[in-house]
Design a protein around this ligand. Sequence first.
Ligand code: ADP
Ligand code: MG
Length: 325
Amino acid sequence: LLENALDAKAQHITIVLKDAGRTLIQVVDDGLGMTREDARTSVEQHATSKLSDIDDLESLATYGFRGEALAAIASVSQFEMRTRPRDQELGTLLEVEGSVFRKCEAVACDEGTTISVRNLFFNIPARRKFMKSEATEFKHVVDCVTKAALAHIEVHFIFVSDGEIIFDLPSFVPLPERIEQIFGSRLRGALLPVESVTPSLHVHGFISAPSFVKRVRTEQFFFINQRPVQSRSLSWAVASAYEHLVEKGAFPSVFLSITIDPSEIDVNVHPQKLEVKFADERSVTEEVRRALQDTLARATMASANTGALAPEMVLPEAINAGASA
Ligand code: ADP
Ligand code: MG
């Protein structure tokens, strides 16, 4: 749902959960909206507006193009859509319950699309029973929203769970500020910029100084053409760049975006299009590693030259210890 809202060029997206999504998952966007006809067909299987020409397959820049998400969701929930394109006075209210059309009628609504998914798996008790604990389901959603928010600083995200605001992330702030809003100010103080441009590749983002590391790898984010991905090669490039700088089992925080010609990547090796393969794995990996090493070398030199403590070493405890010594 989030991907669809982003594909529809939304500038404001609100995600509302009740009971970690079990009772309600709602995504409100102010994007392009749909006509009545498009709204109706969007919930049918293999409905997609993203392929008008077979050449599009090569250069497809949007998220999904299987045209199955809405149909699948509507088949296992009480599904409601309110949608209105900018140039139309009235919108459409569509209700589907477990694939059965209940309603399709004109309605006054805001521009954009609001999709409400109620009682997920209400018609498949076995699946409903086997949903993960609320804490786990909630963590998955936080992860999803976090990745979207890191990839799209041009979008204002609001995330509300059981009436509590989890995130309220204004748009067009610099990435470090958004990182701080999500992960806290300590990490922000340790961020080092990465920037490298070659004819085929643009690598940019932020990584943490080697002294700011975690015991888990969960704070490593990779984006290719603004799409969150996993890539063994990119993870390897990070591990390799930090190799002699951090202990084994310690992981730096990484927020790395790669811009590359879409025909140079294959996003379909993974069923959920998460794991990406590059046409030229080796040179991409090498280029990313070099960019990271440059950043780390510059940071080491800068702190050696000024003789200053690395910012992450100025912990309150250290200052207090120094003052009382
Ligand atoms: P896909 O995204 O793979 O095309 P989906 O089932 O996710 O398939 O969506 C089907 C179609 O419905 C999309 O191609 C798009 O045209 C339309 N659509 C879905 N969500 C939105 C939205 N939030 N705003 C505008 N159009 C949407
Ligand atoms: Mg989609």
